[in-house]
Design a protein around this ligand. Structure first.
Ligand code: GRF
Length: 216
């Protein structure tokens, strides 16, 4: 299974996926890292490690979102991609693109969805006073941060947390969750191991407690 990872910035989740996919028994290959920003740090990181990279700079398309997405789609087709992972990809995708990758397009979001959709999730979690926060991997649907949930990890919110310290705790959990969720989805797809029923994902094993906080 050939996976593309779409990024816009540092790409730490992309790095976690690349590291995980090195294991002989990992069911997917990271075949392409694609960015909409030529200067994305993650693009250079991947290129230095011999991973195929591409950039479709959204600035070259002005307001024409569909032309931008057609170029993205073409890059994915050229690389014979089966699955697309969004990992800090900061462009909203239109239904045109999302339909083409229906149930093959997944995203990671830094909150326990459906709470705290959108940006600044850690600040908003602190403001709301929640005691548990976390991250979610989900299938992408046209509405932002909506879609069948594949896997989630909760982390505690500490009394002295600042947005940055909470972000770091969630990010550590993301780095374990995303490789797990992708593996489950790709493996299960081969073996008919999961289904989506009424927009609920059924048949995905949760990440074990011990694997939720890697030392990274
Ligand atoms: C992560 O927190 C991810 O959940 C969100 O954007 C951030 C990307 O970070 N969608 P990185 O580029 O993977 O380091």
């Amino acid at each position: 299974m050939r996976v593309a990872i779409l990024i816009s910035g540092r790409g730490s989740n992309m790095q976690a996926l690349v590291h995980a996919a090195k294991a002989a028994d990992y069911p997917a290959d990271i075949a392409l890292v694609l960015s909409n920003r030529p200067g994305a740090a993650g693009l250079a990181w991947a290129g230095e490690r011999g991973i195929a990279t591409a950039c479709v700079d959204h600035k070259g398309y002005g307001k024409d979102r569909e032309a931008f997405e057609q170029a993205l789609h073409q890059a994915l087709e050229n690389a014979a991609i089966d699955w697309v992972c969004l990992a800090g990809f900061m462009r909203l995708l239109t239904p045109w693109f999302i339909e083409r990758w229906h149930n093959r397009l997944i995203n990671i979001h830094p909150s326990l969805l459906p709470a705290f959709k959108g940006l600044d999730t850690h600040e908003r979690a602190l403001q709301a006073g929640v005691k548990l926060h976390g991250c979610t991997v989900h299938f992408v649907r046209p509405q932002m941060d909506v879609g069948p949930i594949i896997a989630q990890t909760a982390v505690p919110v500490m009394d002295d947390d600042e947005p940055e310290s909470l972000a770091q705790r969630v990010l550590g959990a993301e780095h374990a969750l995303y490789p797990h969720a992708l593996a489950q989805i790709v493996k299960g797809c081969h073996q008919e191991g999961w289904t989506i029923k009424d927009e609920r994902v059924i048949g995905i094993a949760p990440l074990t407690k011990a694997a939720q906080s890697p030392n990274d």
